[in-house]
Structure formats: structure tokens, C-alpha cells
Design a protein. Structure first.
Length: 233
């Protein structure tokens, strides 16, 4: 891929919470400062606790976001692909990375540096207020997930997780995904449970026709029924 035009960079970065806080002129300017980096499959893009001074959008490829537990077990937080954005927190506070990101495939990334964002925000303080509001929305969503782990049973948590990772981006005309390549261990780590319990639940759903497990894929066959499991009346 040749270097992306500014309009392409802006479109990729538009999923970012940070870009949602900016007006069109400032989004265009910030996108013009972005640069391209490429990684090969298996490369570490950055490690947890490394200095963080940038935000990244995926132009091509996929990455895995993970953390190490105190017992040195790797826990997958998410797998991201073309169009997804990561590294926003470090871009805002300049602190350490909160997770490790590894390239699962060859990747082309669009990178925005912290100094470029600060230059834009310092010119227009109203943008900072908007950004705070959006950050608060994200914190509320994080609190909801913590409540799920604390109070919901396994089927509800699992259904919510599958629906969440397959939903289309806000405002997108694309239909929700129907196939996932996440392993059952990765799914289990996302909801704070074991692979064995997740496997038993998925097998039960397969027999009921909600999902299909085939050739390493998890295929959602009945999304409305899965939504009922996620939010039982």
C-alpha cells in the first residue's frame, strides 16, 4: 500500500474517541500530521508499560491486545482489525502503555503523535471539554462490564461479549459480523471465566442452533436469540 492520502487517514482515525471530539477542520489537520508504520506478523508493536506517546489506527491487518496477570498468564483483551483504533489513553496522558499489542498479520498502521493532538487542543479549549464528556461515557461502559462480571451468570456474560465484539461501528451501514476467529481461551479471558466453562456453554448453544463451531470459527446463527440470553426479561 502506498502512503495513505489525508482523507484516507481521517476516515480510519474517525472511529477514535478523540477524533469524535474534534470538528471537521481540526480532524483534517490532525490527520495530516499522521504517519505510516508497517509491521510484520509476530512483531510487537509496543509492550505494556512502555512509554506511550501515540495513537494508532489499523489500515491493513490485525493485532492482539493482551496483558500479563500476576501469575504471568497472558490474557487477551481483544483482537483488532482494519479500521480499529488503539492507544488513545497514552495519547491523552503521555503515560505508560496499559497493554501489549502484537501484530497477528502483516500490518499497515496510521500513527498520530501526542504533540500533534496537544497543539490542536491548546488552540481550542472547547474541544477538551467535549473530549472529557466522551471519556466519561467510556468509563461508564467500563463500569457496566465490571458489573456484568460481578453479577451476571456465565451465559449472559458470554452472550453480551459475543454481541459486543461483533457489533458494527457506530453510524456504520455494515451489518454485524457473523463469524469470529477468537479461541475459546481468548473469549474466556474477556469475560473472566475458564475455557472449559465457555466450551460447555458454546456446545449447548450449538445444539440449540444459536451458534456453530466450525473449522476454528465461531459462527453466530441466531443473533436475536443470543440477545435474549444476554438480556433475559
Amino acid at each position: 500500500m502506498n502512503d495513505l492520502e489525508n482523507v484516507g487517514k481521517e476516515k480510519l482515525l474517525s472511529r477514535s474517541l478523540i477524533f469524535q471530539a474534534l470538528d471537521e477542520e481540526n480532524r483534517r489537520e490532525l490527520a495530516s500530521f499522521a504517519h505510516i508504520k508497517r509491521y510484520s506478523a509476530g512483531d510487537i508493536i509496543f509492550n505494556a508499560e512502555a512509554p506511550g506517546q501515540s495513537m494508532v489506527a489499523i489500515a491493513e491487518g490485525s493485532v492482539r491486545v493482551s496483558v500479563l496477570t500476576p501469575s504471568a498468564r497472558e490474557v487477551t483483551l481483544s483482537e483488532l482489525s482494519t479500521g480499529d483504533v488503539f492507544g488513545e489513553i497514552a495519547l491523552l496522558d503521555g503515560g505508560e502503555r496499559s497493554a501489549t499489542v502484537k501484530a497477528l498479520t502483516n500490518c499497515t498502521l496510521v500513527v498520530v503523535e501526542r504533540r500533534s493532538l496537544l497543539e490542536v487542543l491548546q488552540r481550542d479549549p472547547k474541544l477538551s471539554i467535549r473530549l472529557i464528556e466522551l471519556l466519561c461515557q467510556r468509563v461508564r461502559r467500563s463500569d457496566e462490564r465490571m458489573m456484568e462480571i460481578a453479577f451476571l451468570d456465565l451465559p449472559s456474560r458470554l452472550a453480551k461479549a459475543l454481541l459486543r465484539v461483533t457489533v458494527s461501528a457506530p453510524g456504520s451501514a455494515e451489518k454485524p459480523l457473523t463469524k469470529l476467529s477468537l479461541s475459546q481461551s481468548e473469549i474466556a479471558s474477556m469475560i473472566g471465566n475458564t475455557r472449559e466453562n465457555v466450551n460447555r456453554c458454546l456446545r449447548k448453544w450449538q445444539r440449540a442452533g444459536l451458534i456453530e463451531l466450525k473449522d476454528g470459527w465461531l459462527i453466530i446463527c441466531n443473533r436475536p436469540q443470543l440477545e435474549l440470553v444476554a438480556d433475559p426479561a
